[in-house]
Design a protein around this ligand. Structure first.
Ligand code: AMP
Length: 311
């Protein structure tokens, strides 16, 4: 990532899954609710910057959800509606909510989908390749003219089944945002710091490793930054926390254009703040009621949570 300070902000393109989820926790169950990595990302980023979404949904995708995304100011010109069923995912959380099982997954309209960006999207300065097959992420990146910052996420499935495509993509991605389990799998290292060093040799110049309730580690060159997760008494549904974290980070960077080390630290805290709200309710429910004031208030709590005197 460039080490320059403030530059003008701009629009943020995101590609990734848009899905209908069924989520089971030990306490409750939410059938057929709004989900998908790009959906969580876009909703979070829309608190900060203009977002343009790329993906596909089926004819069964609720119109009310499309309306809500539009009302959040998200540009849906790049979201295709195809005949057929929307992607479906069912997940079940263990008592320890850091652990979950995928009970079922159907790609549905994502099968054979080839994203084609509306012309206006290609000029956007910021792009995030949220979780989806690396070949689709690559296809979107290929269509971007000259983005100022490219970020990406991935998941175990692609690390295991599409490693070559992912490796080729990573050489073109300056900012990778993945969780600790993915970092271990991608690098073959158990220790997260060693894993980070290995991953920074694969292409990305900056890496954010999401560690659930343990917060986030950021690696760039020789510098390391650590942010805690906001301490919550109850986590209701962790689904999408990582995607909303990335949405907050990229949304803040797109809004300010400030990719200096200080700007990135602020972006990481904004990402952590939005993620902390996401887990307070099922699906995107908490984000629907969230305001920018709520975000600012919790941002200030984060500052006091982590401030201490130099001896
Ligand atoms: P996260 O909690 O950040 O892992 O993201 C959860 C979202 O990822 C859910 O809303 C799912 O719809 C979506 N998802 C699950 N499996 C896949 C997959 N194989 N490809 C893309 N997205 C997926």
């Amino acid at each position: 990532m460039a080490e320059s300070g403030e530059e003008k902000g701009g629009a943020l393109v995101v590609v990734g899954s848009v899905a209908i989820d069924t989520i089971e926790t030990q306490a409750d169950r939410a059938p057929e609710v709004l989900g998908g990595a790009a959906t969580y990302f876009a909703a979070a980023a829309s608190f900060f910057a203009p977002v343009r979404m790329v993906g596909v949904v089926g004819s069964d995708f609720p119109e009310a959800d499309l309306d809500w995304l539009r009302r959040r100011g998200i540009d849906l010109a790049g979201l295709e509606v195809r005949a057929g069923r929307t992607m479906r995912w069912t997940g079940r959380y263990h008592e320890d909510m850091n652990v979950r099982d995928t009970l079922s997954f159907e790609a549905n309209v994502f099968d054979g989908y080839l994203p084609t960006l509306p012309a206006a999207y290609c000029e956007a300065p910021y792009v995030f390749l949220a979780n989806i097959a690396p070949e689709l992420q690559t296809r979107v990146l290929d269509q971007m003219r000259s983005p100022r910052l490219v970020g990406a996420d991935t998941m175990n499935l692609w690390i295991e089944t599409a490693r070559d495509e992912l490796a080729a993509l990573l050489r073109r991605v300056p900012l990778l945002i993945i969780n600790d389990e993915e970092a271990r799998l991608l690098s073959g290292e158990r220790n997260v710091v060693r894993a980070a060093r290995r991953i920074l040799d694969l292409g990305p110049t900056s890496l954010m490793i999401k560690r659930g309730e343990y917060g986030v580690l950021f690696f760039s060159g020789n510098s390391v930054f650590s942010a805690p997760a906001y301490p919550l008494e109850e986590v209701f549904d962790p689904t999408g926390a990582g995607d909303t974290f990335a949405g907050g980070v990229m949304g803040y960077l797109a809004a300010t254009g400030d990719v200096s080390p200080a700007g990135i630290r602020k972006a990481i805290v904004y990402g952590s703040v939005v993620a902390s709200f996401t887990v307070e309710a099922f699906s995107l429910e908490r984000l629907r009621a969230l305001t920018r004031d709520d975000i600012e208030r919790r941002y200030r709590q984060f500052v006091s949570l982590t401030s201490f005197d130099v001896a």
